[in-house]
Design a protein around this ligand. Sequence first.
Ligand SMILES: Cc1cc2nc3c(=O)[nH]c(=O)nc-3n(C[C@H](O)[C@H](O)[C@H](O)COP(=O)(O)OP(=O)(O)OC[C@H]3O[C@@H](n4cnc5c(N)ncnc54)[C@H](O)[C@@H]3O)c2cc1C
Length: 422
Amino acid sequence: MNKSAESMEEPSRSLPIRAECDVLVVGGGPAGIATAIAAARNGADTVLVERYGALGGLASGGLIITLLSLDDGEGNQVVAGLCQELVERLDGRGSIVYPKAAEWGSEDPELVDHYRRWGLIWGRNPTVVRYSVAYDPEEFRFVVNEMVLSSGAKLLFHAWGARALMQGDRIAAVAIESKSGREAIRAKVVVDATGDGDLFASAGVPFDLEKVYPWLWFRMAGVDDVSGAGVGFFKAPPGEGRVLAPWGAADKIDRPISGVDVEDLSYAEIECRRMVMEEVARMRRETPGFRRAFLTDIASQLGITESRRMIGSYRLLRDEANSPNDQVIARTGNWTKAGMLYNIPFGCLYPREVSNLLVAGRCISVDHRVHHSTKEIPACFATGEAAGTAAAMAAGLDSSPAMLDIKELQATLVGQGASLGT
Ligand SMILES: Cc1cc2nc3c(=O)[nH]c(=O)nc-3n(C[C@H](O)[C@H](O)[C@H](O)COP(=O)(O)OP(=O)(O)OC[C@H]3O[C@@H](n4cnc5c(N)ncnc54)[C@H](O)[C@@H]3O)c2cc1C
């Protein structure tokens, strides 16, 4: 498509107010789910807006169905709170595979090999068992729906957060687009959990933008022999001949893409979908045990690891690994490096420029290397829980998140079961 250099004026118009609330969360992936639950449980009238018809973001629609990881690789749990509650609820339904506490940090080669086959240990190093969890995406969607709805948060599906409508340094409302047309939602505090920072970008907050090679994970069933699981494919719950293939397009398409460019996204969807079908045919032809296997599903969302990252009040940098931080509101290990730990300070979740905006999940204010750790699903749950708790506290005080008493926020998070190392 040839993009014209010309532009058009859009006539200004009044928007109907769809809702007024204390906390508006835009984006229903891991970060938005945790944000909405935490905000509602802390007494805020909360609305969660999601562009698709289900919760989970990449953790369901992207078929990224392994929580990597809730520990530091040395046997200590560093993500707890809502993510731990999710694991327990999934466990109660018998729909997950994960090592029990006594196995975390184990170097027993048999155990390591066992959990590597489930996609819970990546790469050659570290060769230790991590507290990571393999799950089924439909079970995940069911459980998080229950958690969000029972918290009292209201869900609005099939609605895009289109842009922040500013009044001075505040977001007065967020314009949403849906089949019902363009409407506005007013909130005291807004949380951008879109993964791509759609809202903070529209509010004029500065950001870094990375281009990446896209992924498109898929699942197959009817595999006669899963003994080769561990690298090109993993065993997937509930087992019984079902596998997950973490397929990626690096070296297969001609360029990395921007996750916030509509033409790049269209190109990647078309190319990756075609190549996945070729890969399925190749696996059936060449991989032992796959002759009668069949494709069950291709991720409905491209796997985009990184796009916009906010440049916020604080920027957590690579060389701050294993450094204490007295502003910590969430922690995460590194899924490929045992013993590496980041203490994420509150300032990574809010910008300098907008007084009633918080950000959670993979687009928080960290550098590219730290993002490798903070983008993982457990870490997104942890920053979401912190953002939702802070949003509810700020809304209750009619104040800005930046003005909160950090000790009170930390105490509230710890009281809820979050792990801050204190
Ligand atoms: C290929 C790949 C492999 C990965 N492997 C793992 C792994 O094995 N384990 C692990 O723990 N993590 C892994 N990750 C990381 C993890 O999946 C993501 O970083 C994590 O899901 C990010 O959560 P999030 O809530 O910030 O964003 P997302 O999961 O992207 O969710 C964002 C949500 O917001 C919605 N949304 C977006 N824009 C709007 C809008 N404007 N209006 C309304 N809604 C909107 C989306 O539909 C989505 O539901 C992987 C990621 C990729 C891409």
